[in-house]
Design a protein around this ligand. Structure first.
Ligand SMILES: [Zn+2]
Length: 139
């Protein structure tokens, strides 16, 4: 193998490997999509966000209700907030939710589950096994 070939094959390898790694390591919660209806805010991809976070939609609903201080109603695939709220604000709250209830505080990985033990709620990391207590009652 000549040096040139070696360089070429390295470059090829790098190109092939890099996108796979980024896709795998990157945890990016979908941004909210939706619109206003009168004074209400409708988020139409709520289900996609919920299934990406792998959390109970009711738990996220309560969180948004509390954090945005507005009634929030689940309707099939969407959530309806009872006032006009910018998508930036909602994205920020979902990001906060992710930090508090999804990402492991030890390793930062999102492979986790919420475990209830008596009155307490724990974030259990399936990647490293760490367990942290989190707010059991949002509202
Ligand atoms: Zn972990």
């Amino acid at each position: 193998m000549t040096d040139k070939n070696y360089e070429e094959s390295l470059e090829k390898l790098y190109k092939e490997v890099k996108p796979v790694e980024t896709a795998k390591d990157r945890f990016e919660v979908p941004k909210v999509e939706g619109h206003f209806e009168g004074n209400k805010t409708i988020i139409t991809n709520f289900n996609a966000i919920v299934s990406y976070l792998r959390r109970d939609p009711e738990h996220i609903r309560k969180y948004l209700l509390k954090e945005l201080a507005t009634p929030a109603v689940l309707e099939a695939n969407r959530i309806v907030l009872n006032r006009k709220i910018s998508s930036a604000m909602i994205n920020k709250k979902i990001e906060d939710y992710t930090k508090e209830f999804v990402l492991c505080k030890e390793c930062g990985k999102p492979d986790s589950e919420l475990v209830k033990e008596g009155p307490y709620l724990f974030l259990h990391c399936l990647a490293c096994g760490a367990k942290h207590s989190v707010r059991a009652r949002i509202v």
